[in-house]
Design a protein around this ligand. Structure first.
Ligand code: SF4
Length: 313
């Protein structure tokens, strides 16, 4: 049994291993070689901040950090849920640290990025699911790094009352919440969540703030069918979601859900074409697409796409 399972996933410790097929040639994980990688790491350690890039063992970390593109994970490094796909540690989280928003602001200033993505662990223990902490973080970034646009990749707040209204008191530039998989697989892959709660969250954000850019992501290769993915696309369009990301699921440890199959680059291209046909303003669908991958460039394109749509003839 690997240490990572013992330490990070005690709930998965006694489960049998789930063997996955060998990675195909198109799944390439690069080793970090850029000096910027060490700089980003030092900055995060110095400010006592966690990143989902590290916590989720993201395959794109070498490429993203070479350009300082990192996704901060707030509200601690311990999640109250235990999803079958996720490498973030599960356990009882510590109380919220009131200095974290200021430290995130300092990180935003030091990184100097055009666009910064902030995500979090699930905090089902908090009365508002952590919505007011997101607000404090967004305000701190706006104060410290005025020109940086902000994308919040949030949990579902466990459908806590007024969480969305709270979040929108300091609206980000992009509201992102991942559906992750098709509804049939929720009980095994995302057992602490409900598909229609997540969908309703995305719809509610757009209803309360129609100018907000909304975004959601799916992992494929977990056993879903093509028809199920197309249905999820329709559901997301019915919720008026602007931007869809689709990437290959990769198994973080043998105790996590097995990869059912590796979806080919051609199939990803087909999903992208089908999603565009269904009216998403932006689609990113490649094997290594992640919700925050190339988020800055994609946001620039998203804004341009909305402008083009609003400009007559
Ligand atoms: S894709 Fe997102 S999570 Fe992965 S390394 Fe890049 S910024 Fe981090």
């Amino acid at each position: 049994m690997t240490d990572v399972v013992k330490l990070r996933h005690p709930e998965k410790r006694d489960r049998p291993d789930n063997p996955s097929p060998r990675k195909p040639s198109w799944i390439r994980v690069k080793a970090p070689t850029s000096p910027m990688f060490g700089e980003v790491k030092r900055l995060m350690r110095g400010l006592g901040l966690a990143t989902v890039c590290e916590e989720a063992a993201c395959p794109n970390i070498a490429e993203c950090w070479a350009g300082k593109h990192t996704t901060l994970m707030i509200m601690g490094d311990t999640c109250t849920r235990a999803c079958a796909f996720c490498n973030v540690a599960t356990g009882k989280p510590k109380p919220l640290d009131p200095t974290e928003p200021t430290r995130v602001g300092e990180a935003a200033r030091a990184l100097g990025l055009a666009h910064l993505v902030i995500t979090s662990v699930d905090r089902d223990d908090l009365e508002d699911g952590g919505a007011s902490h997101f607000v404090a973080v967004v305000r701190a970034i706006r104060a410290a790094a005025r020109s940086t646009t902000i994308e919040t990749l949030t949990p579902d707040f466990k459908h806590k009352p007024k969480a969305v209204e709270t979040l929108l008191t300091a609206p980000p530039d992009v509201f992102n919440h991942n559906l992750e998989t098709v509804p049939r697989l929720y009980p095994t892959i995302r057992p602490g969540a409900r598909y229609f709660t997540s969908l309703a969250l995305l719809a509610e954000v757009k209803r309360l703030l129609p100018t907000m850019f909304t975004k959601s992501g799916l992992m494929v290769g977990l056993g879903e069918t093509r028809g199920e993915i197309l249905q999820v696309m329709d559901d997301l369009r019915a919720a008026d979601v602007d931007f869809l990301t689709i990437g290959q699921y990769l198994q973080p440890t043998p105790k996590h859900a097995a990869v059912d199959r590796f979806v080919t680059p051609d199939e990803f291209a087909e999903y992208a074409a089908l999603a565009r046909g269904k009216g998403f303003l932006m689609v990113s669908a490649t094997p290594l697409t992640r919700s925050s991958y190339h988020a800055g460039e994609d946001f620039a394109q998203l804004r341009a796409a909305r402008l083009a749509q609003a400009t007559p003839g």
